[in-house]
Design a protein around this ligand. Structure first.
Ligand code: AMP
Length: 232
């Protein structure tokens, strides 16, 4: 198979290939879902994929389980291979994608560059103290949807609006794993932002306002800065 030409984001004219960053609790998963719907791109959430594999008790799920439970990163070789598989699907190639939860460290960033890199990197900025407060009220569904008891409650108490299943609190949303995940974010993930800043594809959005306000900012920034260069 022919190797993909290295990406020059300024000249790219294919479907959008996006990545979203933000500390745990910043609302990046919710924004990623909204972006995926709005632009018709595949939402590739590594955390959701791992949780789904764990609930189906697959070999991958069994390998990943203890890392998720303690808030540690799943080994890069496992994660990179899994993401590579998703980004090579026909849907992701044709429609584009938004990666949520990947890359999380330098080795993953390099693997993503080998797969062609991204055209847009979005950072949802939120102070840690607010992030920890928000995680306290978070509810999730096995289908990947996420809610918050105050900011984004489901229509029926503890029931998913999308699929009707019962919502749950993630094990790694308990205080000790949350602290560990935030530490890992600052130590290993946040430094990757400077790579995307240098490429000129980083959009920083204030994550403090309501979900709909944050989403409007994301859309307006995407349109203004890169919309003309991709099929957005
Ligand atoms: P998230 O839903 O993005 O907060 O991810 C939940 C958990 O899944 C993380 O704490 C890790 O254990 C695992 N995970 C998700 N994405 C990655 C990744 N890119 N690299 C390694 N582990 C990951």
């Amino acid at each position: 198979m022919a190797k993909r030409k290295p990406l020059n984001p300024a000249e790219d004219s294919g479907p959008p290939r996006m990545v979203i960053f933000g500390v745990q609790g910043s609302g990046k998963g919710t924004q990623a879902e909204l972006i995926a719907k709005r632009y018709g791109v595949s939402h590739v959430s590594t955390g959701n994929i791992f949780r789904s594999e764990i609930s189906k008790k697959t070999a991958l799920g069994k390998r990943a389980m203890r890392f998720l439970a303690s808030g540690k990163l799943v080994p890069d070789a496992v994660t990179n291979a899994m993401v590579g598989k998703y980004l090579k699907t026909a849907a992701a190639r044709r429609r584009g994608f938004i990666l949520d939860g990947y890359p999380r460290n330098h080795s993953q960033l390099k693997a993503l560059e080998r797969l062609g890199g991204v055209t847009h990197a979005i950072e949802i900025a939120l102070p840690d103290r607010e992030a920890v407060r928000r995680i306290g009220g978070r509810l999730n569904c096995v289908c990947g949807a996420s809610y918050h008891v105050d900011h984004n409650p489901p229509r029926r108490r503890n029931i998913c609006d999308s699929c009707g299943r019962a919502l749950f609190v993630r094990n790694d949303d308990r205080p000790a794993p949350v602290r560990r995940r935030i530490r890992i974010y600052h130590r290993e993930t946040a430094p990757l932002l400077s790579h995307y800043r240098r490429q000129g594809v980083l959009l920083r959005v204030d994550g403090r306002p309501a979900i709909s306000v944050v989403f409007r900012s994301v859309v307006s920034r995407l349109r203004k800065t890169l919309g003309a260069k991709t099929r957005i």
